[in-house]
Ligand binder design. Structure first.
Ligand code: K7E
Ligand code: CUA
Length: 653
C-alpha cells in the first residue's frame, strides 16, 4: 500500500478504533505458569530494593517521578517546573526564584525528556537534566539530593522539545526549538512565517565539577520544527542530530500542510566545529533577556540572574558544520545507537524506519556530494547516507532504544507495538503489542554507549481498561518488558503520573550510595537560620515581622507568639534541628495563601503569612514525626492594626 496522507489517516482512525474496541479483550497471554514467572521477575520482597531507578518525565505535571524497576513502585515526585504543595517547592521564599522567567513567575511547564549525566559515554549518576517545553527552560537536578538545583531559560526558543539531551562527557546539554519564531521576537504578520522565522538550537555548557549551566551558543537554523535530538557518540562524538518536520514551513493547518514533503530532514550539527569557531571569537552577540536560577545547597536558597545577551551562530558562516540528511516522513524520534555509527529517523507518517550511516555521511561530506541546499545548508543525497531500512510492517514509528547487545527497540504508535530488530541486519526479531498506543520506550542507559539491556519500559499514551476506572481522567500506563532473552516478555503494568514522555533509568548501585541523608546543621548558611534554639526570636521591621524559629521532636521554638497585627507580613524562617535521617517536620498556619513547608533535617525554609483576621491562630507540624507529633503545635495572636500589644514569644512559660 502506498502511504498517502489520506489513507494513513484512515488507517490511523481504523487502528485507534480497533484499540478502543479492544476493551474486553485484554492481553491475556501471561496467565498460569507464564504469569507466575512474570510475577517472580517483578517481585521485590518487602524491605528489599529494586535493581534500577527510573526517572519518568511528568509531562504536564511539570515534574519528574522516580520509580523502581522491576517493581514499578513509585518512590518520589521531584518538583521541577511546577509549584508543589507536598513540600512547598515554588511556595517557600527559598524556592520561588527557581520559577522565575523573562515572562515573570511561571509555576508550571510541560516536562518531556530526562537525561542522566555521562562520563566517557557511561552514566555517572551525578545529575539529571530535563526540559520545560512551554516556557523554554532546562533544569538540572542533583542526584545526591534529588532536588532541582538549577533552571536556565532558553531565549529565542518556543516549544523547547528537542531537549534535553547530553553529550557523552556532559560537555553540553542541548535544547532545540520545536516552534520556529521571529528572532528577535517582533510584531509581524503570521503569514510572513516562511523564510522569516528561525529555529534556534541551543548548546548549554555544563561545568565538569559543579554541573553549572551556561548558554554557550545558539545556532539559528531555518524555520522548521526541530522535534527530537540525540548526540553522536564514539566515532560520531562531536556531532548532534536533530529531526525536523514542517520543512514546508507552513504556518497553518500543519496536519496537512506540513505533511506534503516526502522527506524532511535530520540536521547533522558538528558542534565541535562550531565550538572551535566560537572559541576563536566567531558568532554574533545578540541582546536577549532570560532567567538563570540557581539553588545553593549551603544557603538552602535560590537566586535569579537575568542574562542580557546570547551568542548566535549563522550556520552558513561555519562551512562544514551543518548538513541536512533527507529522512521520510515527518520524523519524530532521532536516535543514535551505542556505537555511534547509526542514526535512526523514526518517520511518524512512515511504515519503515530509516537508518543513516555516520561513515557514509562523512564520506559524502568529504566528497562534497550534495543534492542542493536549504537556506545555504547543504543537503546530502538520501541514498548516499542511507545504511538501510527496517521493513517493519508496523505503523507510526516514534522512538528507538538499544540494549547494548546489537538490538534496537522501536515503538510504533499507530499499530501500538514494541518491535525488536537487529541494528546491523535490520531484521525484525520480535514484536509485542502495547496497551495502548505507545510513545517512548526506555532501556536504562538507553542514551549512552553502554545501555543495561535487561528491561524495557513502554510508556503508553492511552490507558483505557488497564486499571480500575477512575472516571473520565486516567493516569497513563507503563509496561515493563524483560528483554534479556530473544523474545520480549511482558512482566508488569503500572500507572505513571502526569504524561510521561521519555524516562531515564540507571542501576541502583550507581545512584543509591550517592544519596544524601541529611543536611548538616553546621553547614547551614541560610541568612535566617538559627543553629541553636537559644537564638529563636521575633523581630519587627515596620509591618514586616521575622520569626526565627527552630523545630525538633516535638515542639517549635517559640510556640507562643503575640504582638502580631492585621496588615503585618509575617516571615516564618524555620530551621529543622534534627540530624537524623528521615525526620522532616512540616509547618502550616491557618489562612496561609501558599502551601505548607516540609523541612528536611538541617534545612531552613520560609513561609510568608499575611494574617487578615484578629484572633489567636494555631500553627502545627504537618508531618507525623513522633508519638507526640499531634502535640507539635503553637499559637500566634493577631491583634488589630492599631493595637499596642508588645511583641513577645516563648516556649514552655
Ligand atoms: Cu512524547 Cu519525546 Cu515529547 Cu515522543 S515526545 S512520545
Ligand atoms: Cu514534627 Cu510532626
Amino acid at each position: 500500500m502506498k502511504l498517502t496522507i489520506s489513507n494513513l489517516l484512515v488507517t490511523l482512525a481504523v487502528v485507534s478504533g480497533i484499540s478502543a474496541g479492544c476493551n474486553n479483550n485484554k492481553s491475556s497471554g501471561n496467565r498460569g505458569a507464564l504469569a507466575s514467572s512474570a510475577a517472580e521477575k517483578v517481585y521485590v520482597a518487602p524491605g528489599e530494593h529494586d535493581e534500577f531507578y527510573a526517572f519518568f518525565s511528568g509531562g504536564y505535571s511539570g515534574n519528574l517521578t522516580v520509580y523502581g524497576l522491576p517493581s514499578g513502585r513509585m518512590f518520589k515526585e521531584i518538583p521541577v517546573f511546577s509549584q508543589f504543595p507536598t513540600n512547598g517547592y515554588g511556595y517557600s521564599e527559598e524556592t520561588k526564584a527557581m520559577l522565575n522567567t523573562s515572562h515573570g513567575f511561571i509555576p508550571w511547564d510541560d516536562l518531556h525528556h530526562p537525561d542522566i549525566s555521562q562520563t566517557n559515554g557511561k552514566l555517572d549518576g551525578r545529575w539529571i537534566f530535563v526540559n520545560g517545553n512551554n516556557t523554554p527552560r532546562i533544569a538540572r537536578i542533583d542526584l545526591s539530593t534529588f532536588e532541582t538545583e538549577e533552571i536556565i531559560e532558553i531565549p529565542n526558543s518556543a516549544g523547547n522539545h528537542s531537549s534535553s539531551f547530553i553529550t557523552e562527557n556532559t560537555e553540553y546539554v542541548v535544547a532545540g526549538t520545536r516552534f520556529s519564531v521571529p528572532v528577535p521576537q517582533q510584531d509581524i504578520s503570521i503569514s510572513e512565517y516562511k523564510g522569516n522565522f528561525k529555529g534556534a538550537l541551543s548548546f548549554i555548557s555544563v561545568a565538569p565539577e559543579t554541573g553549572k549551566m551556561d548558554l554557550k551558543f545558539q545556532i539559528m537554523m531555518p524555520g522548521f520544527d526541530y522535534d527530537l535530538s540525540h548526540p553522536g557518540r564514539g566515532k560520531s562524538h562531536g556531532w548532534f542530530f536533530f529531526t525536523t518536520y514542517n520543512t514546508e514551513e507552513a504556518n497553518t493547518l500543519l496536519e496537512v500542510n506540513a505533511s506534503q514533503n516526502d522527506k524532511d530532514f535530520i540536521a547533522a550539527i558538528n558542534w565541535k566545529k562550531i565550538e572551535a569557531y566560537v572559541n576563536e571569537g566567531g558568532g554574533t552577540k545578540m541582546p536577549a533577556s532570560y532567567a538563570h536560577n540557581e539553588y545553593d545547597d549551603s544557603t538552602h536558597s535560590a537566586t535569579t540572574t537575568v542574562k542580557k545577551e546570547v551568542l548566535t551562530i549563522d550556520p552558513t558562516e561555519v562551512p562544514g558544520a551543518v548538513f541536512f540528511l533527507p529522512t521520510p516522513k515527518s520524523p519524530h524520534g532521532c536516535d543514535v545507537d551505542p556505537t555511534g555509527q547509526y542514526i535512526i529517523g523514526n518517520g511518524k507518517l512512515s511504515a519503515d524506519l530509516t537508518i543513516h550511516s555516520f561513515d557514509k555521511m562523512i564520506a559524502a561530506i568529504e566528497a562534497e556530494k550534495f543534492d542542493g541546499e536549504a537556506y545555504g545548508i547543504p543537503i546530502l543525497n538520501f541514498e548516499d547516507v542511507l545504511a538501510g531500512q527496517v521493513k517493519s510492517g508496523g505503523l507510526g514509528p516514534l522512538h528507538t532504544e538499544f540494549d547494548g547487545k546489537g538490538n534496537a527497540y522501536t515503538t510504533f504508535f499507530i499499530s501500538s507495538e514494541l518491535v525488536k530488530w537487529n541494528v546491523e541486519t535490520r531484521e525484525v526479531i520480535d514484536r509485542q503489542p502495547n496497551y495502548y498506543s505507545v510513545g517512548h520506550v526506555m532501556i536504562p542507559g538507553g542514551n549512552s554507549a553502554a545501555p543495561f539491556g535487561k528491561y524495557a519500559v513502554a510508556m503508553n499514551k492511552i490507558t483505557k481498561d488497564r486499571y480500575l476506572p477512575t472516571g473520565p481522567e486516567l493516569e497513563h500506563s507503563a509496561q515493563l518488558f524483560d528483554i534479556s532473552g530473544d523474545k520480549m516478555q511482558l512482566l508488569l503494568d503500572f500507572p505513571t503520573h502526569g504524561e510521561p514522555h521519555y524516562a531515564a533509568g540507571i542501576p541502583a548501585e550507581i545512584l543509591a550510595p550517592r544519596s544524601k541523608k541529611i543536611y548538616k546543621l553546621e553547614d547551614n548558611k541560610h541568612e535566617f537560620a538559627i543553629l541553636s534554639s537559644e537564638d529563636s526570636r521575633v523581630e519587627r521591621q515596620g509591618n514586616e515581622v521575622h520569626v526565627y524559629m527552630s523545630m525538633i521532636r516535638s515542639h517549635f521554638t517559640p510556640d507562643n507568639i503575640e504582638g502580631i497585627k492585621v496588615g503585618d507580613k509575617v516571615y516564618f524562617h524555620i530551621t529543622n534541628h534534627e540530624q537524623d535521617f528521615d525526620v522532616p517536620h512540616g509547618f502550616a498556619v491557618i489562612g496561609a495563601n501558599n502551601a505548607e513547608l516540609l523541612i528536611m533535617p538541617g534545612q531552613t525554609r520560609t513561609l510568608v503569612w499575611e494574617p487578615k483576621q484578629v484572633g489567636v491562630w494555631p500553627f502545627y507540624c504537618t508531618d507525623f514525626c513522633s508519638a507526640l507529633h499531634q502535640e507539635m503545635q503553637g499559637y500566634i495572636r493577631v491583634s488589630p492594626k492599631d493595637s499596642d500589644i508588645r511583641l513577645q514569644w516563648s516556649l514552655g512559660e
